[in-house]
Structure formats: C-alpha cells, structure tokens
Design a protein around this ligand. Structure first.
Ligand code: EPU
Length: 337
C-alpha cells in the first residue's frame, strides 16, 4: 500500500477532469483500510469509489482513499433465490454481467451503469424501471472515525429516488465495503415495460426475452443515448428529474401541453429534466471544452481539457435557463466537489 503525494485524479473520475489529491492511496483489503484510517485519524480524508458521480472543481486537500476491494461470491441460496455478495471495489457492469452469466436475475436492467458496486447504495442507482433497492439486502460499512463495523439493512438505507441515508444522516461517516443482493434463480421477473426496451427487443424479433436479451437491449439503448466515459468524459445524468407538486404542474402543463410527466404520488409528478433542457434549446450546445450531450440533454460532457469550473458554470446556465423557461428548479444529481 503506497501513499502518493500530489496525485492526479484524471483517471479516477469519469468526467476526466484534471485535479490533484494532496495524498492518494488505493486500498485492496479491509486490514489496509483499517490501518490507513487509524494512522490518519487527525487528517482530512476523502473516500473515492468509481469516480462516476462527481464533478471535481478543485484539487482535493485531503488524503484520498480509493476503495479497491475486490471479490464476489454466492453467500446463500435456496430453490428460488441466491444471495450474492460483492466487495465495494468491483466494477458495477462487470458484476452485473457475472450475475447474468450464471442466470441470476434482478440486475439486468441496470447493465452498463458506470461506477463501482460500493457506491450503488449511496444514490440508489436505477435505470429502465429498476433501482438497486429492489434487490439490495444489506451492505457492510465501517465508520471513518473509529472503524466500527455496521450492517445496513435495506430498510435502514432509507432508499428514495437517487437518495439514501448515505446522502443524509450517515453522510461522510461510513465507507461501504461490501453489498449483498438477493437475485432470482428461476421465475425471473423480466421487466420490459420501460420506454425503449420493448421496441429494442421487437426489432430483434425477441418475444420471450432472457436475462441476457434484456441486458443486451439495455446496453444497446444506453450506447445510442449515453456517451461512453472512455471516449467522452461525463458523469451520466448530471441532474435529477424534478418532482413537483401537481398543482404547480397543472399550471405549467397548460402552457406546455406536450410536456412529459409521470405520476409519483397523489400530490406529486416527476418531470423528465432531459425534456425540459431540450425544449429550453440547450441540447447539443457546446461552450468551449464542454457542453450538453447531443443525444441526452441530462448529460454534460467534457470534450477534452474542460475544467470542473467550466462544467459547473454550464450546469448553472442550464438550471437558470430551465427555471426561466418553465419555472422549475432542477437539482444536480452528481456530487460537486
Ligand atoms: N427526453 C427528451 N430529451 C432528452 C432526454 C430525454 O425529450 O434529451 C425525454 C425522453 O424522450 C423521455 C423522457 O425524457 O420521454 C425520459 O428520458 P429517458 O428514458 O432517456 O430517461 P431520463 O429520465 O432522461 C433516467 C435516469 C437515467 C436512466 C434513464 C433510463 C435520472 C436522473 N436519470 O433518465 O440514469 O438511465 O432514466 O432509466 O433519473 C444516471 O442516473 O446517470 C442515468 C443515466
């Protein structure tokens, strides 16, 4: 385990922003993680997973601990279900493909989401009608302060739309070290109801899709809309889809009858921010080295050499324009550092 000084984080954030860590260490075992925390009790620390949900706007004046714990295994099974545990540093998409290869169902709709397993509970990642809260059983975490181990059950995580206890009451207190998911071994709940999945399967003449077929359909849809961070720096959806009061929505909807929406409760509706940004005329717009993606307006991209500050300024411009056009506030989904 090597402590590196003045370390470039360019390859450790999917936006590909050049920013430095005062100190950097990658930990490959729980023992090393404990030792580093113990030795650096009084130093400022910053925990880094896959770097896929953050925008670095400045250097990090702290010890950056990159959680690189690897390993995945079946921990329990019965006739119908299997409980699979993954260490936090496993790449999410590779983990999903590994479950599908063994015909374990439940994660296929979340294929190709960037990032590592350990950060998936933090924002309850989701796509195409599924969120990790649907299969998440529990996660193990240790406290940064004194390395106590704690298990968080699904209920204790207080999952919501891109929300969890780790963004609220437990923020900055824990390092998630492993996660357990409960997946199906048979009678898979194939979910093709979201948007384009059905169309993609029909185009390929697939009537009774397998887990692999659904995963392939999701991969094809994502590839057509979402830029690959290896080719074009980005952090997936930069904004959350805003949830607004029905009473407010109705006033806006009268003015913009073609506005898309989904009911989330008796009093609230969710509006696709991508649609709002596109209608506000910003889709595909480029400002210097960064811009709004041409195929999915929710995604901000780094064309190369953009600073975090440049991207932050664009995000503010997007927020202001949407507010001016629709009277709706959109909130960043990524963490601004
Ligand atoms: N839309 C537009 N223009 C755009 C983008 C979207 O009009 O530029 C419209 C679409 O036509 C559609 C609606 O908005 O009617 C929803 O679009 P889409 O299905 O692409 O999904 P989204 O709401 O924009 C969310 C997640 C994505 C996830 C997709 C699919 C959030 C913030 N984003 O996007 O998650 O992949 O659904 O489930 O909830 C991520 O979080 O990083 C992410 C990529």
């Amino acid at each position: 385990m090597e402590l590196l000084n003045n370390f470039s984080l360019k390859n450790f954030n999917t936006f590909g922003i050049e920013a430095k860590a005062k100190q950097f260490v990658a930990v490959q075992s729980i023992q090393d993680l404990r030792a580093i925390l113990e030795e650096n009790k009084s130093n400022k620390k910053f925990i880094l997973g896959g770097g896929s949900n953050m925008l670095l706007t400045k250097d990090i004046e702290a010890l950056v601990i990159h959680v690189d714990l690897k390993g995945k295994k079946v921990v329990k099974e019965d006739e119908d279900f299997v409980w699979v545990e993954s260490q936090a540093g496993e790449n999410w998409h590779e983990f999903v493909l590994w479950t599908i290869d063994q015909n374990f169902g439940g994660l296929e709709n979340m294929s190709l989401i960037p990032g590592n397993v350990g950060t998936t509970p933090v924002q309850n990642i989701g796509a195409y009608g599924t969120e990790i809260k649907d299969t998440f059983v529990s996660c193990e975490a240790i406290t940064i302060e004194n390395q106590e181990t704690k298990t968080f059950t699904n209920q204790e995580c207080h999952f919501g739309y891109r929300e969890s206890v780790f963004k609220n009451d437990a923020k900055d207190q824990y390092i998630i070290t492993s996660v357990v998911f409960k997946l199906t071994k048979r009678n898979h709940k194939i979910n093709t109801s979201y948007g384009d999945i059905m169309g993609e399967l029909t185009n390929n003449n697939i009537i009774n899709p397998t887990l692999k077929d659904v995963s392939n359909a999701v991969i094809a849809i994502r590839k057509s809309k979402l830029p690959d961070p290896k080719e074009l720096g980005n952090s997936g959806s930069f904004f959350k889809n805003p949830i607004i009061l029905k009473s407010d929505f109705e006033k806006i909807h009268q003015k913009f009858p073609e506005m898309k929406y989904y009911e989330v409760s008796e009093t609230e509706v969710k509006v696709p921010a991508g649609w709002l940004i596109e209608q506000a005329g910003l889709k595909g717009k480029r400002f210097g080295n960064a811009g709004i993606h041409k195929n999915q307006a929710l995604v901000l991209v780094n064309y190369g050499g953009a600073t975090g500050k440049e991207i932050l300024d664009i995000s503010k411009h997007v927020q202001e324009t949407v507010l001016k056009t629709f009277g709706i506030d959109i909130e960043a989904e990524v963490n601004i550092i």
